[in-house]
Unconditional design. Structure first.
Length: 299
């Protein structure tokens, strides 16, 4: 990571939170499995064998649990910032390593396919991480990633803002900035990936209470890791006010509370002379499922 890169995320705390989440992750991994299943389905439409495959931020090999190609790869490697998450993969026979997406330890051109399922949203230098991914790909190798989009947890953000303003006189940083689908296509191009495409989907999960949503977020290892976050625990008054605001603004007729998650899917290829000429700038917003010749999965 470049010295001038601003510190947005506290990667040490992120690692610690994933370490704590690892033992109970199967109870909270529904979003990761949904995204992994979508990627696996899209890859099924590509008439190519991927012999050497890297999973970044694997959380125990979630993608390899789901992806079943017709011709198995020669090598699969699952990595995670958390050693405990990597050990979950190794325990199931998946070669695994603890590795930081900001400092990838792989040789240039080592993989045919690199997959990232909801892990790159918390790197401080996303363009730099994408450049490292491109370098780890063989020519004409494919990167496929899923990112949290800006609409993620909009209801929770609004409720927290209202509660903290009322109870504490102002709001502290609590929810990470997420990448926009249009911005992501440009970032792939800047990283040197060819033929970039991106699209997004919105998933709504309904909870019996806001507290249950917070438990899921912690169980995923996705609690607040912003560098400038408030270090003190949330005051009980603020927590209860947030729950009340969430229920008052968003409760459905049956009393359940919706929580929105925007998943941004993106893909790009390591340059190769055999590839078609890229389209004009701005075309990266094409539907990813169409670009990969795969039918789109309905949420």
């Amino acid at each position: 990571m470049a010295m001038s890169t601003p510190l947005i995320f506290d990667r040490k705390i992120l690692r610690a939170r994933r370490e704590r989440a690892a033992p109970g992750l199967p109870e909270h991994d529904f979003l990761f499995r949904h995204a992994a299943a979508d990627v696996a389905e899209r890859l099924a439409g590509i008439n190519r064998r991927f012999a050497r495959v890297l999973e970044l931020g694997g959380r125990g090999g979630v993608f390899f649990d789901i992806w079943r190609p017709d011709v198995p790869p020669e090598l699969t490697v699952s990595t995670d910032l958390s050693l405990a998450m990597a050990r979950r993969a190794a325990a199931r026979g998946i070669p695994a390593a603890a590795a930081d997406e900001e400092h990838l330890p792989f040789a240039e051109g080592a993989f045919d396919l690199v997959v990232s399922i909801l892990s790159l949203h918390a790197v401080n230098d996303l363009p730099g991480a994408l450049i490292q991914i491109r370098r780890a790909l063989k020519p004409d190798g494919l990167f496929v990633g899923v990112f949290f989009g800006p609409e993620t947890l909009g209801e929770l953000r609004e409720s927290l803002l209202t509660a903290e303003t009322a109870c504490e006189g102002g709001a502290s940083p609590r929810v990470a900035p997420f990448v926009d689908v249009r911005e992501l296509g440009n970032l792939l191009t800047r990283a040197g990936l060819a033929l970039p495409v991106a699209d997004s989907e919105r998933i709504t999960v309904r909870y019996p209470s806001a507290l249950q949503l917070l438990r899921d977020i912690r169980g995923m290892g996705e609690a607040n890791v912003l560098h400038d976050r408030q270090r003190k625990p949330m005051r009980r008054e603020t927590l209860f006010r947030m729950c009340a605001e969430y229920e008052a603004k968003y409760a459905e007729q049956d009393g359940r509370l919706p929580a929105s998650f925007e998943l941004v899917h993106a893909a790009g290829w390591a340059p190769h002379e055999s590839q078609q000429t890229p389209l004009k700038p701005g075309s990266a917003t094409a539907r990813l499922a169409e670009a990969l010749n795969a039918r789109q999965r309905q949420p």
